[in-house]
Design a protein around this ligand. Sequence first.
Ligand SMILES: *Cc1c(COP(=O)(O)O)cnc(C)c1O
Length: 342
Amino acid sequence: MSKIIIKKENYFHNLELLSQKAGGKEKLMAVIKDNAYGHGLELMAQLASEFGITKAAVKTLDEALHVEQLFKEVLILADHPPTELYSPNISFAVHSFEFLKKFPKKSNIHLNIDTGMHRNGVQMSELEDVLTYIKENSLNLKGIFTHFRSADDFNGELFWQQENWKKAKDESLMILKELEMKRPFFHSCNSSALLRSKDGIEDDFARCGIATYGYTHIDKNIATYDLLPVMSLYANRLSTRVLKKGKKVGYGGVYMAREDKIISTYDIGYGDGFFRYDGLGDLSIANGQKIRGRVSMDSLCVEGDREEICLFDDVTKLSIYFNTITYEILTKLMPWIKREAV
Ligand SMILES: *Cc1c(COP(=O)(O)O)cnc(C)c1O
């Protein structure tokens, strides 16, 4: 059976690097949304907790309920207001004033402020009304945050948005004081913004996903970082044959052997979330052996006859080949593939 191997040592290496950057393990929120970027929600939650991480971010309430016992704070980034209350360590991100009004009293919330991405968040001009509403409706404001749109890019946009964030923070603190409300957590950085910050951030913590898994898309003109990929994908052989000179393999017969070739078929395909390669380029697995022909739904063909192959131990090459980002290659891997930490 195909399987995903998680290199614990590499994960801990990345967590160490990022928590040093942030200024301590308590200043790092591990983002384990979307099945921990395909790495396996519960497995990665356990490892993060074992390392000493106390805060995590997930996408949905369902994900939060699977890991809440491992963390002091679990932030739900993209789910809808619930109709009941959950345990005190589960909080919801609030994306607009209208969204806020749907929460039951006493809900734990982190308020998103729009500082320039214009994807989600309340406007600066609404802050006073929003915070007053939170107080009057006895909502539990645990955090105030924002998200940066250009933390990877080689230009000044990050600094412009960080300035806006600083203003938003100052303004919030002033209003909170007037309303005699408690100071919540403030957080803004994702992986890239944290990596680009000076050591020891001013915020209370950073929310890091991709860099914990060993990748960054920060422009190489800015800097490179010592991150180690955590996931490898393996597949097992279903069958082997000699593809005679002139014979073609797979759908459409797009690969033709120019000489007799040993070809094996392995138990992973695009139905498992491995991208569908059309067989027309020059794509190889981790050890350099070529994938031959089109990738099928449940299988693919590779030269040679090894029992087990490693499809990748680093998805950078694949993400470039498919003109996408490492995030997408990783998150697409289906949850039913067995995950195992070594
Ligand atoms: C996914 C997400 C993150 C993590 O981003 P990375 O680039 O993977 O570090 C942080 N904050 C929010 C709001 C997110 O949605």
